[in-house]
Structure formats: structure tokens, C-alpha cells
Design a binder for this molecule. Structure first.
Ligand code: ZN
Length: 131
């Protein structure tokens, strides 16, 4: 039986972190579906589960690996976004945060200096804001 499974899985993708995430997410959806009796959650959970199985048995390994890397990138972006929001919140008494109207660069200016001219270090755009 073990041997048979091993032979079946040969050349197939198997598990990765994205699949682990999909399994946990589908389980969460199914639990919510059981509690709330909302069918949509049930279908969402089932779809995620089927997708994770599809990925596990897939023979297109390079494509699955690329998906997994996109998942890592997405996770890292989410985490760094969260970190920057948290540090902004922690220093909200000392600094004000603005976004450059030209290049969308985030800028930090000290509070309590009145109206000041801010020049973006990235693109050089100057604009006036209250600090
Ligand atoms: Zn700029």
C-alpha cells in the first residue's frame, strides 16, 4: 500500500506551504459553515480543499513551485505592511505620515512644526502640509 502510494506520487508535486495554508483555510471555512449553516462557506471550504488536492497531485511541478513562491511574496508583503502600520501607530505622537502625491512614497515628518514644505527624497516633488 505504501509502495503503491509512493509510486503514485512519483513525479507529482506533493505538499508545500501554500497547500498547508489552503488546508487550514478550507478547514476554517468548513468549521464556520458548520456553525453558521451558511452554504457559501461550505462551498468555499470544499473548493479550497479540492484546489489543494489538485496542486498536490499535479505533475506541473514548475508551475506549482512558482505559485508557492508567489504565496511567499504575498505573505511577506502582508507581514511588512503590518509591521509598518504598527510602527506608524507607535510613533504617531512624534511623527506625521504623508504620501507623496507624485510617486506615492511614504514620508515621515516630525509633528508640531506648523505648515512645512515637504520635499520627497525619491522624486523631488515639493508640497506643503501641516505637521
Ligand atoms: Zn515622490
Amino acid at each position: 500500500m505504501k509502495e503503491k502510494f509512493r509510486r503514485f506520487m512519483a513525479g507529482r508535486y506533493g505538499g508545500d506551504d501554500l497547500n498547508q495554508f489552503l488546508c487550514i483555510a478550507s478547514l476554517a471555512f468548513l468549521v464556520v459553515a458548520m456553525i453558521s449553516h451558511v452554504r457559501l462557506f461550505y462551498y468555499a471550504g470544499l473548493a479550497l480543499l479540492l484546489y489543494s488536492y489538485y496542486r498536490m497531485f499535479s505533475r506541473n511541478i514548475s508551475k506549482r513551485t512558482a505559485e508557492n513562491y508567489r504565496f511567499y511574496t504575498f505573505k511577506e508583503n502582508l507581514a511588512s505592511g503590518w509591521r509598518s502600520k504598527r510602527s506608524q501607530w507607535a510613533s504617531r505622537k512624534q511623527y506625521r505620515y504623508y504620501t507623496c502625491p507624485q510617486c506615492k512614497q511614504k514620508l515621515r515628518v516630525p509633528r508640531g512644526r506648523g505648515r512645512i514644505q515637504i520635499s520627497c527624497p525619491r522624486c523631488g516633488t515639493q508640497f506643503i502640509k501641516k505637521s
